[in-house]
Design a protein around this ligand. Structure first.
Ligand SMILES: [Zn+2]
Length: 149
């Protein structure tokens, strides 16, 4: 997986790198923030990841490089649902920009003590209650729109 420092421009998608802010693109070779997060945040992140808005579909499961032997899980089950790990990316609009995180972020938080930036946590807590239509409109206003695969 590509590495981007938290809060740096995300060039992974080729487009929109001036508006996309990287969150949770971790690799074992680079240090990252660790610490507690609230259950409210984790629950909000989980609910957004159940149906992530994204401009295109990516294929293939990206293994977790922090899990030494099992390489992490491809499916995280929690509460009343499940999300696939290491496949999708999560886009979270935040004013004039959008955060983008790999779906593995929820595994990094759960199993590897990752603590994402406070601004990202606030945006997830706010946007988790937005409908997918509202999210689509916000992303569209940033010029980030669905593309045909
Ligand atoms: Zn792992």
């Amino acid at each position: 997986m590509a590495y981007f420092e938290d809060m740096s421009p995300c060039t992974y998608f080729g487009n929109w790198s001036d508006r996309l802010v990287s969150i949770g693109w971790l690799v074992p070779e680079k240090e990252f923030e660790t610490g507690d997060v609230s259950k409210d945040f984790f629950d909000a992140l989980f609910s957004m990841l159940k149906k992530p808005w994204q401009p295109f579909v990516t294929a293939g499961h990206e293994p977790c490089r922090f899990c030494r032997f099992t390489h992490g899980t491809a499916m995280l089950r929690y509460l009343d649902g499940e999300v696939s790990i290491g496949t999708n990316n999560l886009f979270v609009p935040d004013g004039e920009r959008a955060f983008v995180a790999p779906s593995s972020i929820i595994h990094y938080i759960d199993s590897h003590r990752y603590q994402p930036p406070a601004e990202f946590q606030a945006a997830v807590l706010r946007e988790s209650s937005s409908s997918s239509i509202d999210l689509f409109k916000k992303m569209k206003s940033l010029g980030i729109t669905q593309q045909q695969a």
